[in-house]
Every structure is written in C-alpha cells, then in structure tokens.
Design a protein around this ligand. Structure first.
Ligand code: DAH
Length: 366
C-alpha cells in the first residue's frame, strides 16, 4: 500500500519564503503531516519508508529545514535549531510507538492463526473393526472351542515333507507342481513352500506326540490361482483333526453337521459324497443345502440345491505311520475347508474379490 504524504502544503510555497518568519509554522506543518503518516503506517516496512521521507533521510524536508539554519541570524538559528531538535525527538518517539504497535499486531495475528478453535465440531473418530473373514474365523473357532477343541497354528512357510510326503501325497500329484504351489527360492531340492492348504498342521499336531487330539487350525494359504469370483491366490482355510480311540465316520458326520448348523442356522442340512484325498481313507466331500434356495435349486448352487464346502475323511494309516502314531491303537478323522468361501456363503456375497479390495463401503457392512 502506498501512502501519499503531501510535504508541501499549497498555501505555503517554499520558494522565496522568509525562513525566519514562518519557521515555527513550518515545523507545525511538518509535524502534523509526519505524525499522520507515521501513525497510519500499515506495516513495519512502510513505517521505515515514511520515517526516511519525514525526517531521517538527507533529502527529507526536515533535513532541508535543518540546512537552512546556516543562513539564519544567530538568535533565530538557536531558537529554530532547538525547535527542530525537539521535533526530531517527538517524531522519533512517534515512530517508535508505531513500531511497537505494529510488532504487537503481528504477534497477535500469529497467535490468532495458531489458536485452536474449541467450538469447532469435528467428526467422531472412526473406529475400525475386524475384517469379515476374521469374524467368520472367530465364529468357527468359537464353535469348535465349544466342542472342546484346541486352536492350533502352523507356519505359512512350510516344508514339502509336511505339506506333501507326510500327507501321503504322491510325487507326481499335480499340487506339487510349481505351476500350482509357490515355492520359496532356496534352490534345489525345492522343498520349502507357501502352504497351499492347512493340512500340514495335522502333521505338526501328530508330531507333538500327545494324544488324543481335538484341534482346529485356521490360517492363511496360498495357491497360484488367478483371482476370480470364487478364487484368490491368498485365502484362508481351517483344518480339523480328531485322533482318539474308536473314532468313527459317524463322529465326523456329526461334527460337520454341528458346525454347519452353528454357522448357517439350524435348518441347514449337510451331506457327504465319496471323494478321494491321499491323506484320508475313506474320503468325502461335504456339502450343505444351498443357503439361497434352501435346496430347491438356484443360480448360486447351479440348480443342484447343494453347495460344496470342503473335504474330509478318516485319517489314512500312512499319515499315522509317517508321524510315529500307532494306527492299530488310534483312529481319527480330518476335515478342511475355505473360510473365505464360508463367509461369502453366509452373507450372500457374489464375488470373493471384494474381500481384498479394502472398500470401506463393503467392509463397514459387517
Ligand atoms: N487339504 C484339502 C484341500 O485343500 C482339504 C481337505 C480334504 C482337508 C480332506 C482334510 C481332508 O483334512 O481330510 O483341498
């Protein structure tokens, strides 16, 4: 902002003026103008500029008046000199006062900018919650803990021996191909992998050597699958293993029916269909009546009324032998299924991929 400071009042032409006569008038005039200019300086840099113009610079009117003292009579010179010195002192005081004022404004402004507005209404803090898959895993854990099972855990990076050999999976089984399973690059003989199922936890439980066993082992699993509506390369399974004396296929069937009803509701029916798994004999796939149509047949169940959940069977003697458990004394059953699939079934979700998209509009619903 520029401020025009009139230094020469029109009624007081400097040219040809008698300095002795009107010096006190000129001083009053200069003081009035300088005072107005200094007191209204909007900021420190402008104040300094106006101080120079009013009295500090050699070209100021003040300096000009000072110079004229030399041409005055001694008596008048003393008088005018004193008046000018006093004027300078007053102008300096004025400038000082304005400087102090402007600094305190600047400080107040800084403080105001920093101040917290305690009246502002902020949105409440958003609390997150467990992911749907974790919720379903915990619901499953609760059901099995309620039946007296322990929750077991195994590592996601597993040995080929526990994942395949000990589970009686033959050398030429397709799951052993690096096209299906992620191997950890430790070089030959390619025996460390990201587990493609939770079944190796069965081996860890049997290796412990403490029997009987009633355990479920939930956890993350990996397969070289392209994501689509029913597959994710990283997914979750839960493994079940019961080893005791005199365990029967009927116990297996009852156990499956119990947890399916607990998760999907009392009206849900289950059935077993013959299947083949190397680590169980006999083996079965277990299915439940379709949650959408109740068994009538619809798009979700491809018209058959049943939805496949997982695999199960009686623990193969070869698995017992691999882990040093006497198959003459002990019998057992095992089962395994996908937790993510249970979650989409239970909540009628059309596409598995939403589980990993991290869209809060989806996640917030559960
Ligand atoms: N591990 C199998 C899979 O990932 C599922 C399975 C089948 C687990 C039968 C079992 C079982 O414990 O007895 O496809």
């Amino acid at each position: 902002m520029s401020y025009h400071v009139p230094m020469t009042p029109p009624d007081l032409p400097i040219e040809g003026r008698d300095m002795t006569g009107d010096i006190s008038l000129q001083i009053a005039q200069l003081e009035a103008e300088a005072k107005a200019a200094l007191e209204t300086a909007p900021e420190l840099s402008v104040l300094e500029e106006r101080e120079r113009t009013a009295f500090r610079s050699k070209k100021s009117r003040f300096a000009e008046m000072y110079q004229r003292l030399g041409s005055m009579e001694p008596e008048a010179r003393r008088e005018a000199g004193r008046a000018l010195n006093e004027l300078r002192a007053r102008l300096e005081a004025l400038a000082e006062a304005r400087r102090a004022e402007l600094s305190s404004f600047a400080r107040a402004e800084r403080l105001a900018a920093d101040r917290l507005d305690l009246t502002e209404v902020l949105p409440g803090r958003l609390a997150g919650h467990l992911h749907l898959v974790t919720q379903v895993r915990e619901a499953l854990e609760d059901v099995f803990v309620g039946m007296g099972y322990e929750i077991a855990e195994g590592p996601e990076v597993e040995t080929g021996w526990r994942n395949f050999e000990a589970l009686n999976i033959p050398e030429d089984h397709p799951a052993r191909s690096p096209l299906d399973t992620f191997y950890v690059d430790f070089g030959e003989p390619w025996s460390v992998l990201l587990r493609p199922h939770t079944s190796p936890v069965q081996i860890r439980l049997l290796e412990r050597g403490t029997l009987p066993i009633y355990a479920v082992a939930p956890g993350r699993t990996y397969r070289k699958d392209t994501p689509d509506s029913t597959h994710l390369p990283v997914f979750h399974q839960i493994e079940g293993l019961v080893v005791d004396r005199g365990v029967t296929f009927a116990d297996l069937k009852g156990t499956i029916e119990t947890f399916v009803r607990a998760i999907f509701g009392e009206g849900t029916r289950t059935r077993l269909r013959p299947a083949y798994f190397p680590f169980t004999e006999p083996s079965a796939e277990f299915e439940m009546s379709c949650v959408i149509c109740g068994g009538e047949g619809c798009r979700t169940c491809a018209g058959v009324g049943w939805i496949e959940l997982g695999g199960c069977g009686m623990v193969h003697p070869a698995v017992f032998e691999a882990t040093g458990v006497d198959p003459e004394t002990w019998t057992g059953f095992a089962f395994g299924f996908g937790i993510d699939r249970i979650a989409i079934m239970r909540h009628g979700i059309a596409d598995l991929r939403v589980m990993i998209e991290n869209d809060v509009r989806f996640l917030n619903q559960f």
